[in-house]
Design a protein around this ligand. Structure first.
Ligand code: PEP
Ligand code: MN
Length: 344
């Protein structure tokens, strides 16, 4: 059930509606739209709810039949914008996140940040806790990596994102980063979803390796039901019968999510393809498909990377990609997020 307040509803009116929902045994969640507040009310729907239409400030009441409610498009027809640093997901901006798969040392992440920023990226990525398929692979620098990542980002006027894999890594990361990433392997780690839902940091929610669109939306519903409405979806390829690419990029997830949810969606062409030569074409396809941004792996020296080198761009290749994206963005009346205050 969604209660849409009219544009002029006062704080007191919103509060009164909230209280009534609680009395009716529902859990209200406030969602800030562009021009209005909507209240998502989750719980058993009683007939008295219809009477809320008579309350001051209420414009309409929309029942939602789908299993995902707070994240559904009906909850905010105009779409949500999520601010991370100076970048705005879900706006006219195309937000570029770049950086290495893993933070390896201070020099590596500083160089990556400098080159990413110079080319026009606004958010630095870098894993400090790596969920590797093999227990013998590099697992990340943990807290030391978080320190290097956040310093490199902030020294270069960027925000930063890192992956959290459990409650311990979440507790540590919260002190250093601007956005938390929940990776493909943890998309249905419901405890972790609830925990990031209780945090006040925006969440980048990657699609599970074999997750349907609905399962992915339900994962976001877990986060939002705990009070955190700042969620950005990230399509990173799904597992199919094809083995030539690491995964199969499902670009149709972009318009699907945009139809079903009010939350922004970006694309990760690195994990989707596993091949550096495919990153530029798929990144441009993501922009053409209407995505809100991309996340790209970029390493100062991909051949020496401890993790995911074959799917990482070298800085010069990233420069070239940003130039091509710029031209495409102009043609599409979009702008590449600049990360500067004036433009945010
Ligand atoms: C990552 O972005 O570093 C990562 C591990 O990606 P995914 O969870 O999509 O495999
Ligand atoms: Mn990676």
């Amino acid at each position: 059930m969604i209660i849409v307040m009219n544009g002029k509803a006062s704080k007191a009116q919103i509060e009164t509606v909230n209280q009534r929902l609680v009395e009716l045994g529902l859990k209200p969640n406030l969602i800030q739209g562009i021009n209005r507040i909507v209240i998502g009310a989750v719980g058993e729907e009683r007939p008295e709810i219809k009477e809320l239409i008579a309350m001051a400030g209420v414009e309409k009441i929309i029942p939602i039949m789908k299993p995902f409610k707070l994240v559904s498009r009906e909850a905010n027809e105009t779409g949500s914008t999520i601010k991370v640093g100076n970048a705005l997901f879900g706006s006219n901006q195309f937000v570029v996140i770049a950086g290495p798969c893993a933070v390896e040392n201070e020099d590596q992440i500083n160089t990556a940040a400098r080159r990413a920023r110079a080319a026009g990226a606004t958010i630095l990525r870098g894993g400090a806790f790596k969920p590797r398929t093999s227990p013998y692979s590099f697992q990340g620098l943990e807290e030391e990596g978080l320190k290097y990542l956040s310093k490199a980002a902030h020294d270069n006027n960027m925000a930063c994102v890192t992956e959290v894999i459990d409650l311990t890594s979440l507790e540590k990361s919260i002190n250093y980063v601007d956005m938390l990433q929940v990776g493909a392997r943890n998309m249905q780690n419901f405890q972790l979803l609830r925990a990031v839902g209780r945090s006040d940091k925006p969440v980048l929610l990657k699609r599970g390796l074999s997750a349907t669109i609905e399962e992915w939306l339900m994962a976001a519903e877990y986060i939002m039901s705990e009070g955190n409405a700042n969620i950005v979806f990230c399509e990173r390829g799904i597992r199919t019968f094809e083995t030539y690419t690491r995964n199969t990029l499902d670009l149709s997830a972009v318009p699907s999510i945009q139809k079903l949810s009010h939350l922004p969606i970006i694309v990760d062409p690195s994990h989707a393809t596993g091949k550096h030569e495919m990153i530029a074409p798929m990144a441009k396809a993501a922009l053409a498909a209407g995505a809100d941004g991309i996340m790209v792996e970029m390493h100062p020296e991909p051949t020496k990377a401890l993790c995911d080198g074959p799917q990482s761009l070298a800085p010069a290749e990233f420069d070239q990609l940003m130039k091509e994206l710029q031209r495409l963005a102009t043609a599409m009346d979009r702008e590449i997020a600049s990360g500067n205050n004036a433009n945010a």
